[in-house]
Design a protein around this ligand. Sequence first.
Ligand SMILES: [Mg+2]
Ligand SMILES: [Zn+2]
Length: 187
Amino acid sequence: MKPAVFLDRDGTLIEDVGYLDDVSRVAFFPWTIDAIRALNRAGLPVVVVTNQSGIARGILDEALVDATHAHLTARLAAGGARVDAYYYCPHHPRGSIAAFARECECRKPARGLIDRAVTDLGLDPARSFVVGDKWTDVQLARAVGARAILVRTGGGAAEERRPVTGVAADAIVDNLAAAASWILNQR
Ligand SMILES: [Mg+2]
Ligand SMILES: [Zn+2]
């Protein structure tokens, strides 16, 4: 069982542009590709875990999420970097699309996406890391016993100003590049 790095997508890997309803709106942070490549070179599987409630809300569909992830894969590959797997939650309890309008086990901070990745890829969550821009990402890390890194990109700076009682990150850093450095320094 291998340790891994679980990355939030919007606000962490790419700019948070709200509901990403067109692939043309993908905007990488300038350091993203280098940071992921550094994790790849360290032999750490990199797994994206993302809430995409826009599917349940009827704003976007699964084909668009798949196309977005194919686009990310191609852009990363051009820079010699790789995400090993993508997992998303399409649900929301107040969604308008019946198939996805429900409580679920996979909407972060619930741990379902990580549980699926652990099974599929043979990962050890207790030796893993979660990087995200929301306290829910930190709570997800806690739920699976991983270490938590909050980044200040996306909503992260605002999150840092609004601490949540009982929820503490192992590190709060400026961006994904600093998070990758922090992770590699732990090993
Ligand atoms: Mg995010
Ligand atoms: Zn879900």
